[in-house]
Design a protein around this ligand. Structure first.
Ligand SMILES: Cc1ncc(COP(=O)(O)O)c(C=O)c1O
Length: 410
């Protein structure tokens, strides 16, 4: 099959492995030798039911998800989960603590970037409990207003018995990510979180833009982990949920006690009981995701992608630092908080950013423009961006720096 594909560093939807897309094209015509394409076949056919079970098994084995947690597939993206986690976990808390008023019930949010802030605003809008900011990383930023860091552990102020504790593992827009090194002050402070009397944590993690790129620390302690597929594992249209089984609650019983009624398609219990087939799922995105996960497994699973991700990020950050020394680039995120997935930097000088983007496009690299809310350059290094693609970008960055610095000194 001939292609004229460019290297796509877009932040999501993002690039997918070519071999997967070629296989998926076959599946669009004839899924698993059924003679029916994946976009046409019934979600209740035995072939699709077997396929979706295998997608679940591939996630469970590669991420090491314990039997205490269900893996669910739904639609609506991360944004729908901003609402769904609030509704489900408030229903759970209402069942556990029916005596508390809405004012006494608290949801703790850790704000390290634009996505956690958006999730916090949705929680506040939905009501049913007080949305509290346990940490606002902007206070510790270089300019006092941007998200550019993960603050040290002793800056968090958690409430004692909250209905949920929310964080976003990788802030796609701001390029801020928690360190995977548990001894680093910029890791997520799992060990200081207040536990419920039962010992459980009402911990919710948005892992949309780092899912399946490296292991999830303390996975088994999470109440809910959610991720849109469209960064590392598939196309938009599929959202993966990992839900601890005590969070699959009877939302109607909670509503009888005064909790907000939960639409059935957002209820985790409904999704789990229907084995993610309560209503018609997004068959094509699930199919492509399954092919990506099979390929991941063949290549060596998370260990392979973690090592690859580390190398790619190190190479790009090294190029940013080299550009900083010559006064051409300026990294935005503080040391220790830099994302492996989204590298953010500015190109200094009037018109320099446009020149950088136009030059990149000329040599076949697209998707490098930063998010409209923060500007600059954003290099997204999701799993399907190869090391060769990364090397090509790094070469281009080096060339740009040497040309820009000779231009400045001329
Ligand atoms: C970390 C994170 N959370 C949530 C979202 C929202 O996802 P969606 O657009 O699929 O609703 C995004 C989208 O890029 C994201 O990067």
């Amino acid at each position: 099959m001939t292609t004229s594909r460019v290297i796509n560093f877009g932040a999501g939807p993002s690039t997918l492995p070519q071999s997967v897309l070629e296989k998926a094209a076959q599946g669009l015509l004839n899924f698993e030798d059924t003679g029916i394409g994946i976009a046409e076949i019934s979600h209740r056919s035995k072939e699709f039911v077997a396929f979706i079970s295998n997608v679940e098994a591939l996630i469970r084995s590669q991420l090491n998800v314990p039997p205490t947690h269900s893996i669910l597939f739904t639609q609506g993206g991360g944004t729908t989960q901003f609402s769904a986690v609030v509704l489900n976990l408030l229903a759970r808390h209402k069942l556990l603590h029916p005596e508390l008023t809405d004012d006494e019930r608290v949801m703790d949010y850790v704000l390290t970037g634009s996505w956690s802030k958006k999730a916090f605003l949705e929680a506040k809008r939905l009501g049913g409990a007080r949305a509290n900011i346990a940490l606002d990383a902007r206070k510790y930023s270089k300019d006092g207003v941007s998200f550019d860091n993960v603050p040290p552990h002793d800056e968090y102020a958690f409430s004692p018995a909250s209905a949920l504790i929310y964080y976003c593992e990788n802030e796609t827009i701001d390029g801020v990510q928690f360190s995977p090194d548990p001894s680093a002050q910029t890791s997520f402070p799992f060990t200081i979180l207040p536990r419920e009397r039962s010992g459980l944590l009402p911990l919710v993690g948005d892992h949309s833009s780092s899912f399946m790129s490296r292991p999830i620390p303390h996975l088994s302690e999470h109440a809910v982990i959610f991720a849109g597929a469209q960064k590392n594992i598939g196309p938009a249209g599929l959202t993966v949920l990992i839900v601890r089984q005590d969070c699959l609650v009877d939302v109607d019983a909670a509503a009888k006690l005064g909790a907000t009624p939960v639409p059935l398609c957002l209820s985790y219990k409904t999704l789990a009981e229907g084995r993610s087939l309560y209503n018609t799922p997004s068959l094509l995105p699930i199919y492509i995701t399954g092919l990506v996960l099979e390929r991941m497994q063949e290549l060596g699973g998370l260990a392979y992608f973690e090592a690859l991700g580390r190398r790619k990020a190190e190479k790009v950050y090294a190029a940013v630092r080299a550009g900083e020394e010559r006064g051409v680039f300026q990294g935005k995120v503080q040391a220790g908080s830099c994302s492996w997935m989204n590298v953010i930097f500015n190109v200094l000088g009037s018109g320099a950013e446009s020149r950088f983007l136009a030059g990149a496009e000329k040599v076949g690299m697209k998707g490098l423009k930063g998010h409209r809310s923060v500007g600059g350059i954003r290099v997204s290094l999701y799993n399907a961006v190869t090391e060769a693609d990364t090397d090509k970008l790094v070469d281009y960055m080096k060339e740009f720096v040497s040309e820009a610095s000779s231009f400045c000194s001329a």
